[in-house]
Ligand binder design. Structure first.
Ligand code: BES
Ligand code: ZN
Length: 670
């Protein structure tokens, strides 16, 4: 058995001394989160035919894989599945025997399909699997009409990264293998996929002119650029499109999708920046390869800020603040088109290659389009998130590392944090500075993208290329500079400090830090009426500066109750509709669980997080809901659990799973 021998080999490798200082063998670089035999047989293209049924909350249909045979005479092909009902399998049009293995808690049930004998390396064959998703598919959230903005039609959306695509379709669910895909999706509501729309036209009449919510329409898509399975995505709902203006003479198109009630605001929020940043990224790196770059604004239970699904970035509606303050997230997601969707991490252990590089590049674009001060400020804001994440893993220091040696079948979501983003971006920034700045580094970046775009790589392949590029472009002096980097500390270092003390441009943080200092100093003043804080303190600050102010304040010891309450009212932090600001205020307010203010604000935060307040909107983005639930739990565990339980189904299944974990709720008692 492949999986058994892999576990054995990994076990043996771990016994070898210094294994981390050398490049691990190819065996150890097998994806630890898939049960498939993708090295023997791999999917090149999948054709999906799906029927979306909102009554039963099930997608049914088929997936036809075009398989490439990579070793002579494979006896079977193995796919990942999670909670799928498999009805039938055919190979090259003939009925085939298949077996669905018992469910592994994280990886799901391996689907083994026998292959006929005589298949030679280099040949292809096709396998069609007829199947159904289940009501509990982890990737999918089925929303009732009340949970949408328009409240008239239900909604469905997916989140496949890191390993949930297998609950949508039987796949080789590993980023090591890239696939093209075709899809025919039939539904009573408009259907969007992470691909190019073939028909009906996106800018034609909604739902092809048929009655929305009633008539079935088939939407056809094709993704001609090979992508990893985690970029598969579907969204179905009462959705409308508005194209952004054509940008110069670009071949690509951009636009935004949202429910009709939110399309105007979404258009305003993102129309200024999307194409501009995409064009800037092309200038710095290389051409955009995916033809279409659309945004989709989802309902509030979307568990992330953004998700870089191919051709169609998914966004949380909390970015639509009316002041374009949070478009950074779009810059981040579009940067993935090169770093992640273009060059892909081979598997979860090298996830930092996606997020670290993207974070680094996103901030470099901010320097080019705004100023070096803006770039520095983003690193400063990231520092707090990094420290918090590192502290959160103090009991499991393995997850503090940049390269995480996952065991076979370990859940990568347990390790998800700011660490790959911030440690990764800082490593690249440190590299940029060590080799002599942007003038030498940007040409290297271009070559990196050119060399690996379309491929899936490990940290070792990245590092080999880095050395060989600087060997050719600079020679001994640059190699000496690279050798001065403590690679082992960056890759495998634990603890809460980076291997190098990093300096950032702090121009934009100064005012925010000054204000935080004034609040810190005010803690001994009994009568808040005598304090000279007023709304004008923050009037000229943008969202990021207010965030920096609150984050700095939260590093000091907890404020006394009267000051906390004053802080909440004087700047309207306890009532702001901006979730980025409000959740940080709650973090401060809940910092001292024994204070009376913490009791009051735990109640308020509990109402806010499930939307039982003035906002009326659930805070489904994990960045907000997970720390908020954890903060409430520290003050009043019962309140946290009693708030979560009746609202569990309003959260995306991935968020619900992780909140349960945070609150120490065993699956069976929820
Ligand atoms: N690809 C990630 C989201 C993700 C990562 C989902 C791993 C599942 C597993 C996306 O690009 C991302 O990083 N989103 C951030 C945006 C932020 C860093 C600007 C988020 O949602 O907070
Ligand atoms: Zn990202």
């Amino acid at each position: 058995m492949l999986s058994l021998s892999r576990t054995l080999v990994q076990g043996l490798l771990a016994l070898l001394p210094f294994q981390h200082l050398h490049q691990p063998s190819t065996m150890a670089d097998l994806d630890p989160t898939t049960q498939t035999n993708y090295k023997q047989v791999s999917t090149e293209n999948v054709a999906f035919e799906w029927l979306v049924d909102f009554d039963t909350k099930i997608i049914s249909g088929s997936a036809t894989h075009t398989l490439k045979i990579k070793e002579d005479e494979p006896k079977e092909v193995i796919f990942d599945t999670l909670d799928l009902e498999i009805q039938e399998a055919t190979v090259a049009g003939n009925n085939a025997t298949f077996e669905l293995k018992p469910k592994h808690e994280v990886m799901g049930s391996a689907l083994h399909i026998s292959l006929p004998s005589g298949l030679k390396e280099g040949s292809t064959t096709t396998v069609t699997i007829t199947y159904k998703t289940s009501k509990h598919s982890t990737a999918l959230q089925w929303l009732a009409k009340e949970q949408t903005q328009g409240k008239r039609f239900p909604f469905l959306f997916s989140q496949c990264q890191p390993i949930y695509a297998r609950s949508l379709a039987p796949l080789q669910d590993t980023p090591s293998n890239k696939i093209t895909y075709d899809a025919k999706v039939t539904s009573v509501l408009p259907a969007l996929l992470s691909a190019i729309r073939v028909s009906p036209p996106a800018d034609g009449p909604a739902h092809d002119g048929k009655e929305i919510g009633k008539d079935l329409v088939t939407y056809t898509y094709r993704q001609p650029v090979p992508i990893p399975s985690y970029l598969l995505a579907i969204a179905v709902g009462d959705l409308r499109y508005r194209p952004f203006p054509q940008f110069e003479d670009k071949q690509w198109k951009t636009g935004v999708w949202a429910e009709p009630e939110g399309i105007e605001q979404a258009y305003w929020e993102f129309s200024e920046d999307t194409a501009r940043f995409l064009a800037e990224e092309e200038k710095v790196v290389s051409e955009y390869r995916f033809g279409v770059y659309d945004l989709l604004v989802l309902p509030p239970s979307f568990p992330y800020g953004g998700m870089e699904n191919a051709c169609l970035t998914f966004l949380t509606p909390t970015l639509v603040t009316g002041d374009r303050a949070l478009v950074d997230v779009v810059v981040h997601e579009l940067t993935h088109s090169w770093f992640g969707n273009g060059i892909t991490h081979a598997h979860a252990s090298h996830f930092w290659l996606n997020e670290g590089w993207t974070t680094y590049m996103e901030r470099l674009l901010q320097e080019y389009l705004h100023s070096p001060a803006v770039r520095g400020f983003q690193y400063i804001i990231g520092e707090k998130a990094l420290k918090d994440s590192l502290r959160g893993y103090e009991k499991t220091p393995k997850y503090q590392r940049l390269i995480i040696d996952f065991e076979y079948g370990e859940d990568p979501d347990v390790a998800y944090s700011s660490i790959p983003y911030e440690k990764g971006a800082n490593l690249i920034l440190h590299l940029e500075r060590t080799v002599g700045g942007l003038d030498v580094f940007v040409p290297y970046i271009r070559d990196y993208v050119k060399t690996f775009s379309g491929k899936s790589i490990t940290t070792w392949e990245w590092k080999d290329h880095l050395y060989s590029w600087f060997e050719k472009n600079g020679g001994a002096e640059k190699i000496k500079a690279l050798d001065s980097i403590d690679w082992n500390a960056w890759f495998y270092g634990e603890g809460i400090d980076l291997p190098v003390k990093m300096e950032y441009d702090s121009t934009l943080a100064k005012e925010a830090y000054g204000l935080a200092g004034r609040w810190d100093a005010a803690r001994s003043v009994e009568d808040v009426g005598r304090l000279h804080f007023s709304e004008s303190d923050v009037e000229k600050m943008d969202t990021n500066q207010i965030i920096a102010f609150l984050e700095r304040l939260s590093t000091y010891s907890a404020l006394p109750s009267n000051l906390t309450t004053h802080l909440g009212t004087v700047y309207k932090l306890s009532s702001t509709p901006n979730a980025e600001i409000r959740f940080r205020f709650y973090e401060i307010a809940l910092a001292d669980p024994s204070s009376p203010a913490a009791q009051t604000f735990a109640d308020e935060a509990a109402k806010w997080v499930v939307g039982n307040d003035d906002t009326g909107i659930i805070k489904g983005r994990m960045k907000f809901c997970r720390p908020t639930f954890r903060g409430i739990a520290k003050v009043n565990k019962t309140l946290a659990i009693d708030t979560f339980k009746p609202n569990k189904s309003a959260f995306h299944p991935i968020a619900a799973k992780l909140i349960e974990k945070d609150l120490g709720l065993a699956k069976h008692d929820v």
